[in-house]
Design a protein around this ligand. Structure first.
Ligand SMILES: *[C@@H]1O[C@H](CO)[C@@H](O)[C@H](O)[C@H]1NC(C)=O
Length: 314
């Protein structure tokens, strides 16, 4: 449960799995069929080739999602035809939780923030009257009926539970996998990146040296991602830690607040309800976090470019 800083990745994953999942969550299989199993392989979405507004989901367990599923699932966790997920095999499928089932494979994944985030943005895009649009740039023929112009969201899950920020440095497997998946998502007119949603740092609160190095490593990560994705203004939305595995949560939270880079914003999860393990956000908390992230994204886009939100309202 308290792996030393440089234990190999699998050790960390196993340790965190033991910590976080097995006792807490045993989701009913009928709710969460394994999307990595070939027998339940989701079909490719009919919207797969449409330009999408893309969001990279990265970090550790609270981004992957450990909220216990309820039956029935809350509406913001239900599939929507224009809400897609890049599967581990890089096909676009209709998103349904758990979004990280074939990515964060050493854990039992549950509910995270990205489904309610995405639903909120889809709702915002459809709740106003149509207006001329420019984002995400439709590359297809215009369709007066509107269907061609409707916003399609593409979620790119990359989070892995129990990971420390050094594992997300350029050159490390998690970082390289995330960049490769983001590039695959954008390739061939696949769409444009709207933001990176980053929820990580709980595992960097165990060792004081990790906590103190957090800010510098996070700034490096943002710079490297922007460079490697050719997106110098890429929006990064960090989630302020609601909990930590160790005693240095405040140091990491201070580092998160102190990131001094343009287009990096913070949505603070502190105070949202935690599960019994005092580490993972509950389903209710993830629902609220998803809303908060969407609100932050929409506000940021409208302040950066007042037309951007209009253009979402296609
Ligand atoms: C946090 O501090 C307490 C009290 O000093 C100590 O017993 C505990 O082991 C520490 N936790 C971690 C994860 O280092």
């Amino acid at each position: 449960m308290k792996p030393p800083a440089r234990r190999p990745l699998l050790g960390v994953l196993a340790a965190a799995a033991a910590l976080s999942c097995l006792l807490l969550l045993a989701p009913p299989p009928r709710l969460f069929p394994s999307s990595s199993s070939s027998s339940t392989r989701a079909p490719t979405s009919p919207y797969a080739h449409r330009p999408k507004l893309l969001f990279l989901l990265a970090g550790q367990s609270n981004m992957a999602g450990r909220g216990a599923p309820t039956s029935p699932l809350p509406a913001p966790y239900l599939p929507h035809p224009r809400l897609l997920r890049l599967a581990a095999d890089r096909r676009w499928v209709t998103a349904s939780p758990p979004l990280h089932a074939d990515i964060d494979t050493h854990k039992t994944c549950g509910l995270g923030p990205a489904m309610p985030f995405a639903h909120r943005i889809l709702l915002s895009s459809s709740s106003s009257s149509s207006s001329p649009s420019s984002l995400p740039a439709p590359s297809t023929v215009s369709d007066p009926g509107g269907e061609e112009d409707r916003l399609v969201l593409g979620l790119v899950p990359c989070a892995v539970g129990g990971t420390r920020i050094w594992m997300w440095a350029r050159g490390q497997p998690l970082y390289e996998a995330a960049v490769a998946r983001a590039r695959a998502a954008v390739a061939g007119g696949g769409g444009a990146l709207g933001a990176v949603l980053w929820f990580q740092g709980e595992s960097d609160t165990i060792e004081v040296d990790d906590a103190r190095a957090y800010g510098g490593k996070m700034e490096r990560l943002v710079a490297d991602l922007r460079e490697d994705l050719g997106s110098p203004n890429l929006l990064v939305i960090q989630v302020g830690l609601a909990s930590g595995e160790g005693n240095y949560t405040d140091i990491v939270r201070d580092a998160q607040r102190s990131i001094n880079l343009p287009n990096v914003i913070l949505v603070d999860a502190m105070g949202l309800p935690l599960s019994d393990d005092q580490l993972h956000l509950s389903t209710e908390a993830q629902l609220r976090l998803g809303e908060m992230l969407a609100q932050a994204y929409l506000e940021f886009e409208s302040s950066r470019d007042p037309k951007a939100i209009e253009s979402l309202h296609q």
